[in-house]
Design a protein around this ligand. Structure first.
Ligand SMILES: NCc1[nH]cc(CCC(=O)O)c1CC(=O)O
Length: 314
């Protein structure tokens, strides 16, 4: 059917990526009658480098765009017309010819604590082992709970639950957003407050990339865009870009609208062993994309300066 489709969506093949792509397909079909017809939208699965390498921490593999490169190529090569991404996995600089016009309404930004034995980090005895492949999560845990141990641990939800029941680790972490989108929020023992563990840049946000000159797609996608989510993500991504760290630098950021309409941005960097953590904050009185990005850039530059070259490894 792909050859007759009016719109071809590219996505990774993980259960979460597919759920996100199907959400986008359904929203587009609901918004536009011409896309609601049978076969009007095709979903194409594209395997990325990040999907192929399952035995190493992503930071060890290195390089930006582990989960996006092959999809970017398919988009620019005209094999697909739009790509659905977890914004957490999208590099801050997009390839030439590509734009990111759409951010969906953001999901829960928090990390989930998952354990069969304990209700929270605070309950875990010294020496307990937490499995995570995320340097940010590892470093944040060690910073707050130096007596706990972290080990590198990847895999989908089912693999992780099996490893937990086999007692390979005492706890693991996943994004609440992913569990919610998979319809499995109960897998979380408890969400971790963003005050206790600041989330990754753009955690819980989905973005859609298209070719720069694709006016038709741009028109279709306008119905799906959430400007407040886009402003929050813009602030966090600007901080990430200014920090100019590699995937070896644990970075966390969260922008949130306050009741008075202002935007509060928090940014943190942590040494991988948890021994030191630097935090900063900005308030934006009248947030739009430009003011949010300016605050993010400023916050990121401050931390880069304070941390110095040995904190932020290139
Ligand atoms: N790097 C993998 C990844 N990219 C996005 C999510 C979760 C969903 C989201 O943050 O939107 C995950 C898995 C996880 O961290 O649990």
């Amino acid at each position: 059917m792909t050859d007759t489709a009016k719109l071809r969506i590219g996505t990774r093949g993980s259960p979460l990526a597919l759920a996100q792509a199907h959400e986008v397909r359904d929203k587009l079909a609901n918004a536009h009658p011409e896309l609601a017809e049978e076969g009007a939208i095709a979903v194409t699965v594209i395997t990325t480098t990040g999907d192929k390498i399952l035995d190493r921490a992503l930071s060890e593999i290195g390089g930006k765009g582990l989960f996006t490169k092959e999809i970017d190529d398919a988009l620019l090569g005209g094999e697909i017309d739009l790509a659905v991404h977890s914004m957490k996995d999208v590099p801050t600089v997009l390839p030439d010819g590509m734009i990111l016009p759409t951010i969906l309404p953001r999901e829960d930004v928090r990390d989930a604590f998952i354990s069969l034995k304990y209700k929270s980090f605070a309950e875990m005895p010294a020496g307990s082992v937490i499995g995570s492949a995320s340097l940010r999560r590892q470093a944040m845990i060690l910073n707050k709970y130096p007596d706990l141990k972290v080990v590198t641990f990847r895999g989908n939800v089912q693999t992780r639950l099996r490893k937990l029941s086999e007692e390979q680790v005492d706890a693991t972490l996943l994004a609440m957003a992913g569990l919610n989108r998979l319809g499995q929020p109960d897998i979380a023992t408890a969400p971790i407050s963003e005050d206790d563990m600041l989330p990754a840049v753009a955690q819980g946000a989905i973005g859609i990339t298209i070719r720069e000159d694709d006016a038709q797609c741009k028109k279709w996608l306008a119905a799906l865009h959430c400007e407040t989510s886009a402003i929050r993500v813009a602030a966090e991504r600007a901080a990430l870009k200014a920090l100019d760290g590699s995937c070896r630098t644990p970075i966390a950021a969260l922008a949130e609208f306050q009741d008075d309409g202002s935007l509060r941005l928090r940014v943190s960097i942590v040494r991988p062993d948890g021994s030191e953590r630097l935090d900063t904050e900005r308030m934006v009185a009248k947030p739009d994309i430009a003011t949010a990005m300016a605050a993010g850039t400023d916050a990121g530059e401050e931390l880069k300066q304070r941390g110095g070259p040995d904190f932020i490894t290139a």
